[in-house]
Design a binder for this molecule. Sequence first.
Ligand SMILES: Nc1nc2c(ncn2[C@@H]2O[C@H](COP(=O)(O)OP(=O)(O)OP(=O)(O)O)[C@@H](O)[C@H]2O)c(=O)[nH]1
Ligand SMILES: [Mg+2]
Length: 259
Amino acid sequence: MAGSYPVGQALYLVVMGPAGSGKSTLSSAFGRWIEEQQGFSVAYVNLDPGAEQTPYAPDVDVRKYVRVRDVMRERGLGPNGALIVSMELLYRRREEIMVEVDNLDADFVIVDTPGQMELFVFHETGPAFSREFAKRGAACALMLFDASLAARPSELVTLKLMGLVAQLRLDLPTVVALNKSDLEQSRAVSRWLEDPRALVEDLSRERGVVSELAAQMAALLDEYSVASRIPMISALRGEGLDELYDLIHEVWCTCGDLT
Ligand SMILES: Nc1nc2c(ncn2[C@@H]2O[C@H](COP(=O)(O)OP(=O)(O)OP(=O)(O)O)[C@@H](O)[C@H]2O)c(=O)[nH]1
Ligand SMILES: [Mg+2]
């Protein structure tokens, strides 16, 4: 796959996911992997105003404009209230932030987002930034989950569904990936990822309305998701990144103008 990029435009990857799923660790590990294995330049954008530290050196950092800690202190708010206000402030300052993004000179731009994923996805800030990235080049989103969240087959379906919800909100092709494959509790899901028929069979053994709904959802999701494959990765060990890269490349080629 090496040599397919660059194509004269930057490629934006927006990394989303629940708190602690490994977004920042992956942003750093994947960026390094792309530079070392594919030979392309990578820039990092930190869109998380609540980050205490990041495992990469951000080239654009929204904490220059807004910090959740400062908003808490100045307005006497708790962490969630302060994050909502921070999102609002980021929204208002997005033009200045995008000027900084425009000054980046990189083949790939990896965008790390806040842990409170629902705020990023459902507040207007997430879709607004996504639109800005999509205007500038090929953009796609990566929805990262801790693989231990998919211990039961119906749980895997709900994670895929969340990926689709994010895709609808952000209007970006969205790839779902499961992280922390190195942990023992992440193992159960591998079987369903490797063999979709096993997922359908195991779903039928799960009891209750949820599993019936999940079985119907599974078929629908395969139809509407841009990528039905879900890579298992370990951001910590740098495993599965080649599969993730190939999948993202496919999505860019299918949805963008890359050929
Ligand atoms: N075992 C294991 N731990 C991981 C992996 N990736 C990340 N972690 C750990 O998970 C924790 C959270 O990682 P972060 O990268 O900060 O996750 P995040 O999604 O950016 O977190 P927030 O920004 O706070 O929402 C850290 O302790 C990481 O070391 C992985 O592949 N395997
Ligand atoms: Mg983070």
